[in-house]
Design a protein around this ligand. Sequence first.
Ligand SMILES: Nc1ncnc2c1ncn2[C@@H]1O[C@H](COP(=O)(O)OP(=O)(O)OP(=O)(O)O)[C@@H](O)[C@H]1O
Ligand SMILES: [Mg+2]
Length: 297
Amino acid sequence: MTIAPDERPDLEAPRDEASTQRRGADLFEEIEGARGAVRHELDAEIALELRDLSVFYGHFMALDSVSFDVPKQEVTALIGPSGCGKSTLLRCFNRMNDLIPTARMEGSIMFDGQDLLGPAVDSVGIRRRIGMVFQKPNPFPKSIFANVAFGPKINGYKGDMPALVEESLRRAALWDEVKDDLDKSALALSGGQQQRLCIARAIAVQPEIILMDEPASALDPVATLKIEDLMRELAEDYTIIVVTHNMQQAARVSSYTAFLLAGEERTGRLVEFGPTQEIFTNPTDRRTEDYITGRYG
Ligand SMILES: Nc1ncnc2c1ncn2[C@@H]1O[C@H](COP(=O)(O)OP(=O)(O)OP(=O)(O)O)[C@@H](O)[C@H]1O
Ligand SMILES: [Mg+2]
């Protein structure tokens, strides 16, 4: 049976390409601060090179052959509907999937001349160079100082610890709020402060890449803006990869965006990757436009 064009469901309806692109462009323009976040450095250095990366949980293929380059010292956003594999992808970058017994990875992720997925890779050493900040702030039940000093101490840091703690807290835009309370419990801080403390803790070990899985989704709008400002500042020195469900946030903080989507069999695939401005204003795939303008969940 064929369906007459005017009876087709909306998603299948022929679309006026020009107006479709316009909607994405309008959306992008309406997002305050979006323009400032975008830099067009097409010759950007590469921090991570993903080639045909697939991830399985047992027999289930969660990600299928994902390939793109993560630019150095930029914010790259991973976007896509729930269950498309964003966290799965993020966890590949510092071998966190190793902690899931059923998880298996294929393909390669080149980082500084080595394949992160290679058998010889020391996952603890990698996590030192590629840090992670989680959705829910998870400070240790210790003092503010001890939280930041924890990683460097374990790594045998021999330098001036108070100076390193101060520097890390400054970089995480938290120092002024906590400088007189360094001995107080980290658990007494607000959620937004706890998340910045977790960022300070990640910075303290002087990583090259910081992974963030929805770092602001549990925070109020003011704390969220602070984290967004911080991400942009940190990208001066670090490569940041952030998972977000918030399109405004992706537009404000990221220079590059990867859009993932899962098919009916729930396997996630990369739909497109590119400069955030292009992904928002002139996507090459209609599904990207549909997601960005809110047509998927
Ligand atoms: N430990 C696991 N064992 C088995 N399947 C898993 C595991 N973790 C995730 N999955 C499955 O892999 C797919 C991708 O999950 P993932 O958590 O990466 O998605 P996501 O894009 O981060 O979603 P959300 O936006 O909801 O956080 C989903 O189908 C999920 O059910
Ligand atoms: Mg997730």
